[in-house]
Design a protein around this ligand. Structure first.
Ligand code: ATP
Length: 342
Protein backbone atom coordinates (compact mmCIF):
# COMPACT_ATOMS: atom_id res chain seq x y z
CA UNK A 1 0.00 0.00 0.00
CA UNK A 2 2.54 2.61 1.07
CA UNK A 3 4.73 3.70 -1.79
CA UNK A 4 8.45 4.34 -2.18
CA UNK A 5 9.10 7.82 -3.51
CA UNK A 6 12.27 8.69 -5.39
CA UNK A 7 12.97 12.27 -6.37
CA UNK A 8 15.84 12.34 -8.84
CA UNK A 9 17.80 15.46 -9.90
CA UNK A 10 14.63 17.52 -9.88
CA UNK A 11 14.80 21.13 -11.07
CA UNK A 12 12.06 23.62 -11.70
CA UNK A 13 12.12 27.09 -13.16
CA UNK A 14 8.91 29.10 -13.32
CA UNK A 15 8.21 31.04 -16.51
CA UNK A 16 9.12 34.21 -14.65
CA UNK A 17 11.95 34.04 -12.20
CA UNK A 18 14.93 32.16 -10.97
CA UNK A 19 15.27 28.42 -10.64
CA UNK A 20 12.98 27.58 -7.70
CA UNK A 21 14.31 24.05 -7.32
CA UNK A 22 17.81 22.86 -8.28
CA UNK A 23 18.85 19.29 -8.71
CA UNK A 24 16.91 17.89 -5.75
CA UNK A 25 17.41 14.19 -5.09
CA UNK A 26 16.00 12.23 -2.18
CA UNK A 27 14.27 8.95 -1.48
CA UNK A 28 11.36 8.47 0.91
CA UNK A 29 11.02 4.87 2.03
CA UNK A 30 7.58 3.19 2.30
CA UNK A 31 5.81 4.34 5.45
CA UNK A 32 8.35 7.04 6.17
CA UNK A 33 7.40 10.61 7.12
CA UNK A 34 9.79 13.13 5.64
CA UNK A 35 9.61 16.85 6.40
CA UNK A 36 10.63 19.28 3.66
CA UNK A 37 11.93 22.10 5.80
CA UNK A 38 13.31 25.51 4.97
CA UNK A 39 12.68 29.25 5.02
CA UNK A 40 9.97 30.93 2.98
CA UNK A 41 10.64 30.78 -0.73
CA UNK A 42 13.20 27.94 -0.61
CA UNK A 43 11.18 25.75 -2.98
CA UNK A 44 9.30 23.41 -0.61
CA UNK A 45 5.88 23.91 -2.19
CA UNK A 46 7.35 23.73 -5.66
CA UNK A 47 8.88 20.33 -4.83
CA UNK A 48 5.60 19.04 -3.40
CA UNK A 49 3.61 20.26 -6.41
CA UNK A 50 5.98 18.48 -8.77
CA UNK A 51 5.56 15.26 -6.77
CA UNK A 52 1.76 15.71 -6.81
CA UNK A 53 1.80 16.34 -10.57
CA UNK A 54 0.51 19.91 -10.31
CA UNK A 55 3.75 21.18 -11.88
CA UNK A 56 5.92 19.60 -14.54
CA UNK A 57 9.63 19.75 -13.65
CA UNK A 58 12.11 21.47 -15.95
CA UNK A 59 14.45 18.52 -15.39
CA UNK A 60 14.65 15.35 -13.34
CA UNK A 61 12.33 12.52 -12.44
CA UNK A 62 9.78 11.47 -9.83
CA UNK A 63 9.42 7.73 -9.33
CA UNK A 64 6.78 5.95 -7.30
CA UNK A 65 7.63 2.34 -6.59
CA UNK A 66 10.27 2.49 -9.28
CA UNK A 67 7.97 3.85 -12.01
CA UNK A 68 8.35 7.37 -13.40
CA UNK A 69 5.18 9.43 -12.90
CA UNK A 70 6.33 12.69 -14.47
CA UNK A 71 3.95 12.19 -17.41
CA UNK A 72 1.04 10.97 -15.24
CA UNK A 73 -1.75 13.48 -14.48
CA UNK A 74 -2.31 14.23 -10.77
CA UNK A 75 -5.64 12.38 -10.52
CA UNK A 76 -3.98 9.19 -11.71
CA UNK A 77 -1.12 9.37 -9.21
CA UNK A 78 -1.59 7.47 -5.97
CA UNK A 79 -1.06 10.73 -4.07
CA UNK A 80 -3.38 12.82 -1.92
CA UNK A 81 -2.52 16.39 -0.99
CA UNK A 82 -3.61 18.59 1.92
CA UNK A 83 -2.96 22.33 1.73
CA UNK A 84 -2.48 25.09 4.28
CA UNK A 85 -6.10 26.15 3.70
CA UNK A 86 -8.43 23.21 3.57
CA UNK A 87 -10.04 24.05 0.17
CA UNK A 88 -13.20 22.13 1.04
CA UNK A 89 -16.21 22.59 -1.25
CA UNK A 90 -18.18 25.25 0.69
CA UNK A 91 -21.68 24.13 -0.30
CA UNK A 92 -21.20 20.43 0.37
CA UNK A 93 -21.56 18.74 3.71
CA UNK A 94 -18.51 17.31 5.45
CA UNK A 95 -19.65 13.85 4.45
CA UNK A 96 -20.04 14.83 0.78
CA UNK A 97 -16.66 16.57 0.78
CA UNK A 98 -14.88 13.51 2.14
CA UNK A 99 -16.72 11.14 -0.20
CA UNK A 100 -16.21 13.27 -3.32
CA UNK A 101 -13.03 11.54 -4.51
CA UNK A 102 -14.51 8.09 -4.05
CA UNK A 103 -17.69 8.92 -5.96
CA UNK A 104 -15.57 10.37 -8.78
CA UNK A 105 -13.77 7.04 -8.91
CA UNK A 106 -17.12 5.25 -9.23
CA UNK A 107 -17.09 3.65 -5.79
CA UNK A 108 -20.62 2.48 -4.83
CA UNK A 109 -22.74 4.61 -2.47
CA UNK A 110 -22.68 1.92 0.17
CA UNK A 111 -18.91 1.57 0.08
CA UNK A 112 -18.43 5.32 0.01
CA UNK A 113 -20.64 5.78 3.08
CA UNK A 114 -18.71 3.14 4.99
CA UNK A 115 -15.28 4.50 4.08
CA UNK A 116 -16.29 8.12 4.75
CA UNK A 117 -17.62 7.17 8.20
CA UNK A 118 -14.39 5.36 8.97
CA UNK A 119 -12.20 8.27 7.76
CA UNK A 120 -14.22 10.79 9.79
CA UNK A 121 -13.90 8.51 12.81
CA UNK A 122 -10.13 8.42 12.44
CA UNK A 123 -9.87 12.21 12.54
CA UNK A 124 -12.55 12.30 15.27
CA UNK A 125 -15.04 14.28 13.20
CA UNK A 126 -17.85 11.70 13.05
CA UNK A 127 -20.25 14.01 14.87
CA UNK A 128 -19.85 16.70 12.20
CA UNK A 129 -20.75 14.73 9.06
CA UNK A 130 -23.84 16.84 8.27
CA UNK A 131 -22.24 20.26 8.74
CA UNK A 132 -20.93 22.50 5.99
CA UNK A 133 -17.31 23.73 6.05
CA UNK A 134 -18.41 27.27 7.01
CA UNK A 135 -19.84 25.83 10.22
CA UNK A 136 -16.47 24.41 11.33
CA UNK A 137 -13.42 25.91 13.02
CA UNK A 138 -10.11 26.09 11.13
CA UNK A 139 -8.79 23.05 12.98
CA UNK A 140 -11.94 21.03 12.26
CA UNK A 141 -11.70 21.97 8.59
CA UNK A 142 -8.14 20.66 8.48
CA UNK A 143 -9.30 17.41 10.08
CA UNK A 144 -11.91 17.06 7.34
CA UNK A 145 -9.25 17.83 4.71
CA UNK A 146 -7.11 15.06 6.22
CA UNK A 147 -10.06 12.64 6.17
CA UNK A 148 -10.67 13.55 2.52
CA UNK A 149 -7.05 12.70 1.74
CA UNK A 150 -6.99 9.47 3.77
CA UNK A 151 -10.29 8.09 2.48
CA UNK A 152 -8.72 7.24 -0.88
CA UNK A 153 -6.02 5.17 0.92
CA UNK A 154 -3.25 7.06 -0.88
CA UNK A 155 0.14 5.49 -1.39
CA UNK A 156 1.59 8.96 -0.88
CA UNK A 157 0.31 11.63 1.47
CA UNK A 158 1.52 15.14 0.62
CA UNK A 159 0.93 17.80 3.26
CA UNK A 160 1.70 21.45 2.50
CA UNK A 161 1.92 23.37 5.79
CA UNK A 162 -1.44 21.94 6.89
CA UNK A 163 -1.08 23.27 10.44
CA UNK A 164 0.43 26.69 9.88
CA UNK A 165 -2.91 28.54 10.04
CA UNK A 166 -3.81 26.98 13.42
CA UNK A 167 -3.02 28.36 16.86
CA UNK A 168 -0.28 26.80 18.98
CA UNK A 169 -2.44 24.46 21.09
CA UNK A 170 -4.41 23.17 18.17
CA UNK A 171 -1.25 22.69 16.17
CA UNK A 172 0.16 20.45 18.86
CA UNK A 173 -3.05 18.41 18.98
CA UNK A 174 -3.03 18.05 15.18
CA UNK A 175 0.62 16.99 15.17
CA UNK A 176 -0.25 14.21 17.57
CA UNK A 177 -3.15 13.19 15.33
CA UNK A 178 -0.94 13.14 12.22
CA UNK A 179 1.63 10.97 14.00
CA UNK A 180 -1.14 8.61 15.12
CA UNK A 181 -2.69 8.36 11.62
CA UNK A 182 0.73 7.89 10.08
CA UNK A 183 1.59 5.04 12.49
CA UNK A 184 -1.76 3.32 11.96
CA UNK A 185 -1.91 3.73 8.20
CA UNK A 186 1.82 3.56 7.43
CA UNK A 187 1.41 6.25 4.75
CA UNK A 188 4.51 7.43 2.96
CA UNK A 189 4.25 11.10 3.81
CA UNK A 190 5.97 14.30 2.71
CA UNK A 191 5.22 17.17 5.04
CA UNK A 192 6.15 20.73 4.08
CA UNK A 193 6.91 23.12 6.92
CA UNK A 194 9.07 26.16 7.70
CA UNK A 195 8.83 25.33 11.41
CA UNK A 196 11.93 23.52 12.64
CA UNK A 197 10.23 22.29 15.82
CA UNK A 198 7.33 20.87 13.84
CA UNK A 199 9.72 19.01 11.54
CA UNK A 200 11.60 17.55 14.51
CA UNK A 201 8.42 16.40 16.27
CA UNK A 202 6.85 14.81 13.20
CA UNK A 203 9.52 13.55 10.88
CA UNK A 204 11.50 10.35 10.58
CA UNK A 205 13.88 12.32 8.37
CA UNK A 206 14.20 15.99 7.51
CA UNK A 207 15.18 17.38 4.11
CA UNK A 208 16.48 20.91 4.67
CA UNK A 209 16.16 23.13 1.58
CA UNK A 210 17.77 26.51 1.01
CA UNK A 211 17.51 28.46 -2.25
CA UNK A 212 16.03 25.47 -4.01
CA UNK A 213 18.92 23.21 -3.01
CA UNK A 214 19.08 20.33 -0.58
CA UNK A 215 21.38 21.24 2.32
CA UNK A 216 21.08 18.12 4.41
CA UNK A 217 18.87 15.02 4.54
CA UNK A 218 19.03 13.06 7.77
CA UNK A 219 17.28 12.09 10.99
CA UNK A 220 16.16 15.04 13.17
CA UNK A 221 18.82 14.47 15.84
CA UNK A 222 21.60 14.72 13.24
CA UNK A 223 20.67 18.37 12.64
CA UNK A 224 21.58 19.05 16.28
CA UNK A 225 24.49 16.64 16.71
CA UNK A 226 26.25 16.71 13.37
CA UNK A 227 25.09 19.47 11.00
CA UNK A 228 26.97 19.44 7.70
CA UNK A 229 27.03 23.18 7.03
CA UNK A 230 26.76 26.57 8.70
CA UNK A 231 23.35 26.98 7.11
CA UNK A 232 22.06 23.72 8.55
CA UNK A 233 23.62 24.43 11.94
CA UNK A 234 22.18 27.97 12.06
CA UNK A 235 18.69 26.88 11.07
CA UNK A 236 18.72 24.58 14.11
CA UNK A 237 20.01 27.26 16.48
CA UNK A 238 23.72 26.40 16.56
CA UNK A 239 25.19 29.86 16.08
CA UNK A 240 28.75 29.23 17.27
CA UNK A 241 31.44 28.80 14.65
CA UNK A 242 35.12 28.60 15.46
CA UNK A 243 37.75 28.59 12.74
CA UNK A 244 40.87 26.56 13.39
CA UNK A 245 43.63 24.35 12.13
CA UNK A 246 43.69 20.65 12.98
CA UNK A 247 47.03 19.11 13.81
CA UNK A 248 48.19 16.16 15.93
CA UNK A 249 44.71 15.33 17.18
CA UNK A 250 43.80 18.85 18.36
CA UNK A 251 42.44 22.00 16.74
CA UNK A 252 44.35 25.25 17.16
CA UNK A 253 41.86 28.11 17.45
CA UNK A 254 41.76 31.69 18.75
CA UNK A 255 40.34 30.15 21.97
CA UNK A 256 43.42 27.96 22.39
CA UNK A 257 44.04 24.32 21.60
CA UNK A 258 40.71 22.42 21.55
CA UNK A 259 40.36 18.67 21.82
CA UNK A 260 37.51 16.81 20.12
CA UNK A 261 36.06 13.38 20.90
CA UNK A 262 36.98 12.39 17.33
CA UNK A 263 40.02 14.36 16.17
CA UNK A 264 39.66 15.65 12.60
CA UNK A 265 42.31 15.03 9.93
CA UNK A 266 44.95 17.78 9.63
CA UNK A 267 43.98 21.00 7.85
CA UNK A 268 41.70 24.00 8.08
CA UNK A 269 38.41 23.28 9.92
CA UNK A 270 35.30 25.04 11.16
CA UNK A 271 34.02 23.84 14.51
CA UNK A 272 30.52 24.32 15.86
CA UNK A 273 29.00 23.85 19.29
CA UNK A 274 25.41 24.36 20.39
CA UNK A 275 24.88 27.29 22.80
CA UNK A 276 23.34 24.93 25.39
CA UNK A 277 26.48 22.74 25.36
CA UNK A 278 28.77 25.56 26.53
CA UNK A 279 29.68 25.10 30.25
CA UNK A 280 30.77 27.66 32.81
CA UNK A 281 33.60 25.75 34.41
CA UNK A 282 37.33 25.14 34.18
CA UNK A 283 38.89 22.03 32.64
CA UNK A 284 39.69 20.71 29.20
CA UNK A 285 38.95 23.22 26.39
CA UNK A 286 38.32 26.10 28.81
CA UNK A 287 39.11 29.79 28.30
CA UNK A 288 38.25 33.10 29.92
CA UNK A 289 35.73 35.42 28.34
CA UNK A 290 33.76 38.57 29.05
CA UNK A 291 29.97 38.58 29.19
CA UNK A 292 28.98 40.96 26.39
CA UNK A 293 25.21 40.52 26.33
CA UNK A 294 22.36 38.75 28.10
CA UNK A 295 18.92 37.90 26.74
CA UNK A 296 16.31 36.35 29.03
CA UNK A 297 14.21 33.75 27.18
CA UNK A 298 12.16 32.28 30.03
CA UNK A 299 13.55 28.77 30.31
CA UNK A 300 17.10 29.85 29.32
CA UNK A 301 19.28 32.90 29.30
CA UNK A 302 21.36 33.48 26.20
CA UNK A 303 24.70 35.09 27.01
CA UNK A 304 27.09 36.53 24.47
CA UNK A 305 30.66 35.66 25.52
CA UNK A 306 33.61 37.50 24.04
CA UNK A 307 37.34 36.98 24.03
CA UNK A 308 39.73 39.38 22.31
CA UNK A 309 38.93 37.90 18.89
CA UNK A 310 36.02 35.45 19.20
CA UNK A 311 32.40 35.67 20.26
CA UNK A 312 30.26 32.74 21.26
CA UNK A 313 26.76 32.25 22.54
CA UNK A 314 26.00 30.22 25.67
CA UNK A 315 22.46 29.21 26.63
CA UNK A 316 22.34 28.68 30.38
CA UNK A 317 19.57 27.78 32.82
CA UNK A 318 17.85 30.86 34.30
CA UNK A 319 19.28 30.35 37.79
CA UNK A 320 22.77 31.14 36.42
CA UNK A 321 22.80 34.94 36.62
CA UNK A 322 25.70 36.76 35.00
CA UNK A 323 26.03 40.47 34.43
CA UNK A 324 27.29 42.16 31.31
CA UNK A 325 30.97 42.88 31.93
CA UNK A 326 31.55 39.82 34.19
CA UNK A 327 34.68 37.74 33.55
CA UNK A 328 33.88 34.01 33.30
CA UNK A 329 35.63 30.73 32.61
CA UNK A 330 33.82 28.81 29.90
CA UNK A 331 34.44 25.30 28.63
CA UNK A 332 33.57 23.60 25.34
CA UNK A 333 33.20 19.87 26.13
CA UNK A 334 35.10 17.74 23.61
CA UNK A 335 32.07 15.53 22.93
CA UNK A 336 29.94 18.57 21.98
CA UNK A 337 32.35 20.02 19.43
CA UNK A 338 31.59 19.11 15.86
CA UNK A 339 33.48 19.70 12.62
CA UNK A 340 31.46 21.08 9.71
CA UNK A 341 32.03 19.62 6.25
CA UNK A 342 34.83 21.52 4.49
P1 ATP B 1 6.66 29.32 1.48
O1 ATP B 1 7.08 28.63 2.74
O2 ATP B 1 6.70 30.82 1.59
O3 ATP B 1 5.39 28.81 0.90
P2 ATP B 1 8.26 27.69 -0.34
O4 ATP B 1 9.53 27.21 0.25
O5 ATP B 1 7.14 26.74 -0.40
O6 ATP B 1 7.82 29.04 0.37
P3 ATP B 1 7.92 28.01 -3.17
O7 ATP B 1 6.49 28.41 -3.08
O8 ATP B 1 8.22 26.65 -3.68
O9 ATP B 1 8.65 28.23 -1.78
O10 ATP B 1 8.67 29.09 -4.07
C1 ATP B 1 10.02 28.95 -4.44
C2 ATP B 1 10.43 30.13 -5.31
O11 ATP B 1 9.70 30.12 -6.53
C3 ATP B 1 10.17 31.48 -4.70
O12 ATP B 1 11.25 32.33 -5.01
C4 ATP B 1 8.90 31.96 -5.36
O13 ATP B 1 8.88 33.36 -5.46
C5 ATP B 1 8.99 31.32 -6.72
N1 ATP B 1 7.65 31.01 -7.28
C6 ATP B 1 6.68 30.28 -6.70
N2 ATP B 1 5.61 30.16 -7.50
C7 ATP B 1 5.90 30.87 -8.62
C8 ATP B 1 5.21 31.15 -9.86
N3 ATP B 1 4.00 30.66 -10.08
N4 ATP B 1 5.85 31.91 -10.76
C9 ATP B 1 7.09 32.40 -10.54
N5 ATP B 1 7.80 32.17 -9.43
C10 ATP B 1 7.23 31.41 -8.48
Amino acid sequence: MSARLEIQNLSHRYRRGEEALSDLSLTVEPGELVALLGPSGCGKTTALKVVAGLLRPTAGDVRVDGVSVVGTPPERRAAAMVFQKSLLFPHMSVEANVGFGLRMRGVSNEDTARRVASALGRVRMDDFAERQPGELSGGQQQRVALARALVTEPGLLLLDEPLSALDANLREEMRALIIELQREGGYTTVFVTHDQEEAVVLADRIALLFDGKLQMYDRPEAFYDRPVSRTAARFFGATNFIEGHAENGAVHTPLGKLRLATPPPPGKVTLTIRPEAVRLEAGENSFTARVASAAYLGTRIHYGLETSDTSLRAALPPHVRLRVGDKVTARLPAESLWVLDP
